[in-house]
Design a protein. Structure first.
Lengths: 253, 353
């Protein structure tokens, strides 16, 4: 079953076409790699799916819901989590609190209940426990009370993944999770992603430049160039596709 | 490294907290029993600033929305109490509640631009509100309601209610004591509201908005409702301070210090000097501000000492000038305000793990 259907999506900024008629599907339970040279429009796809950019054409269906009719802050409630290429953590908050905010869409306490303290302690205690468990799963438990500011990029990348999982999403968008990691850490991350997928019953869309990792974990890969899809298929198919080789390596003169 | 490490929720930690609460209770009781009438009145004034600065802290300190329009919300509370009590015979309590509701609505409306603009641009919109408010109150077409530039005077509690423990209150001293307790009650309400919001899912959402708006939105924080509601709550609390001040002085004029732009700046200074994005900060800030205000006012009036020599030309208190300079210095030595500095120093001695 297709969890996500992107159909003919075009995004224009003034005269610049960032995405042009992009069409692809992601199957339930798959890890789908999204690759392409810099400027191909991969992050733009993420921003369309998070409802930060408004497409000029096309449709996006997630789990049977027309995504373009949903407001940005309700995306999390539908079960879509994401990480950011250049981090969008909350620097003054502790790692634990960052992950707790990740579960915001699952929370019930609004201003009235906050002021009257109705059920606040219980909600916070449960959140604290589940968030702590997530930090432990990513090997960050000992840093739980540390503010996000001042930690290494690679660590914060992991915090973002933990935060994206806090709301128990069905679908996660990972924007270059391996950037800033060492080679051994990249391998470790690949294992973690595969493990987390089965543990949380997740579907993933993965933007990544570490080719070996993408090839290893993806069930399917979509290749983009200049806002268009140039190839799609299993890692083996994509690797041998002449269009892909041309896009990455150029053609002989 | 700290000298002492205490475990969270251990008997020692609880003892420290009980001691802290005890000290606050003693201080609160000490003011009306041991201080002179004038000083009690100053403390009540400080408590009004605690309310306004705590309210502003929700918007600026936690959510990161710059507002210098809060003097208008103070004004809404002041005029609501002034007009309703003197012209329509309402009770002070009801006029205060009405003012808070009105301020909530206005705060909500003023926050609407905050959905589109941020930082300095939002500050400019709120600046317009601060400048507009006193002018509106002096508008001839509203004179039937506001008495124009003359303002409203003689707004008093005719008969003070009798308080538990203190009994019947009569005379000037007892009136001062009564308003002190009235202010303490409002401060407690304000602190509970602010603390309740901050230590909850909504409080984390506010800080998330301040730290990274896009990140907050993707996590499911509804930016529009969160920003407008926190602005409304903040405005409503600020109006309580306005109602309190009017009840205390019995006068409201459109050019009253806290109703004009100066008021907004004072609230901001109090918040930043005390420590933004903390609950205790505005309390400390207000005490520091009122102390400096009183000290410099006396000094400049008598022309004694350095302060007197510097400011003997000034009819108004030079506290805002002095505190502005102090603020610049403070940004270097203690960017988290006085409370932040104290906390940092205390953590060298005791750490709670």
């Amino acid at each position: 079953m297709d969890l996500l259907k992107v159909d003919g999506v075009t995004v224009e900024f003034g005269g610049i076409v960032a995405l042009s008629g992009l069409t692809f599907n992601v199957q339930q339970g798959d890890i789908c790699g999204l690759i392409g040279p810099n400027g191909a429009g991969k992050t733009t796809v993420f921003n369309v799916l998070s409802r930060i950019y408004e497409p000029t054409q096309g449709s996006v269906t997630f789990d049977g819901v027309d995504l373009l009719g949903v407001e940005a802050h309700d995306i999390a409630k539908l079960g879509i989590g994401r990480t950011f290429q250049n981090l969008a953590l909350f620097p003054s908050m502790s790692l634990l609190e960052n992950v707790m905010v990740g579960a915001h869409s699952k929370g019930r306490v609004g201003f009235v209940r906050a002021i009257t303290r109705f059920g606040v302690r219980r909600e916070d205690r449960q959140l604290r426990e589940t968030s702590m468990a997530l930090l432990e799963a990513f090997g960050l438990a000992q840093l739980a009370a540390h503010p996000a500011a001042g930690l290494p990029f690679g660590t914060l990348k992991r915090v973002e993944i933990a935060r994206a999982l806090a709301a128990k999403p069905k679908f996660v968008l990972l924007d270059e999770p391996a950037s800033g990691l060492t080679h051994s850490e990249v391998d470790e991350l690949a294992d973690t992603l595969v493990r987390v997928r089965s543990e949380f019953n997740l579907t993933m869309l993965l933007v990544e430049h570490h080719m070996s990792m993408v090839m290893k974990v993806s069930d399917k890969i979509v290749v983009m160039e200049f806002g268009r899809k140039i190839a799609e298929g299993t890692p083996a198919e994509v690797r041998d596709n002449p269009e892909v080789i041309r896009a990455y390596l150029g053609t002989d003169a | 490294m700290a000298l002492v490490t205490i475990k969270r929720n251990s008997p020692q930690h609880i003892a420290v907290r009980v001691l802290g609460v005890l000290l606050v209770v003693i201080a609160v009781l000490w003011v009306p029993t041991k201080m002179t009438t004038g000083n009690i009145d100053s403390m009540t004034n400080a408590l009004a600033l605690v309310i306004a600065a705590s309210a502003l802290n929700l918007v600026i300190g936690y959510t990161g929305l710059i507002s210098i329009g809060h003097s208008a919300f103070f004004g809404i509370g002041s005029y609501a109490t002034g007009v309703l009590v003197s012209k329509y015979g309402w009770g002070h309590g009801w006029s205060m509640i009405f003012g808070a509701l009105l301020a909530f609505v206005f705060g909500f409306i003023v926050a609407l631009p905050a959905l589109r603009i941020k930082g300095i641009y939002l500050a400019l919109v709120t600046l317009a509100v601060a400048v507009l408010f006193p002018t509106m109150m002096k508008w001839p077409k509203l004179e039937w309601l506001t008495n124009g530039a003359r303002g409203i005077s003689g707004i008093r509690y005719e008969e003070l209610p009798s308080l538990p423990f203190l009994g019947e209150l009569k005379g000037r001293d007892d009136r001062t004591v009564f308003f002190y307790w009235y202010a303490i009650m409002l401060v407690i309400i304000t602190v509970l509201v602010c603390r309740g919001i901050v230590k909850s899912r909504m409080g984390r959402a506010l800080i998330a908005i301040r730290d990274n708006e896009i990140g907050a939105e993707v996590m499911g924080v509804n930016l529009a409702t969160t920003k407008t509601l926190v602005f409304g709550v903040s405005a409503a609390l600020t109006s309580l301070a306005g109602s309190l001040s009017v009840a205390r002085t019995g006068v409201v004029t459109a050019d009253g210090a806290n109703l004009t732009l100066i008021g907004s700046i004072v609230f901001l200074v109090v918040m930043v000097v005390g420590g933004a994005a903390t609950i205790t900060g505005p309390i400390i800030g207000a005490l520091v501000y009122v102390w400096v205000d009183n000290y410099t006012r006396t000094a400049s009036a008598s022309g004694e000492g350095l302060i007197g020599w510097l400011f003997d030309w000034s009819a108004v208190s030079p506290a805002s000038i002095i505190l502005s300079v102090a603020l610049i210095v403070l940004m270097f030595v203690a960017p988290d305000g006085v409370f932040g500095l104290v906390r940092r120093l205390a953590r060298r001695v005791v750490v709670i793990k």
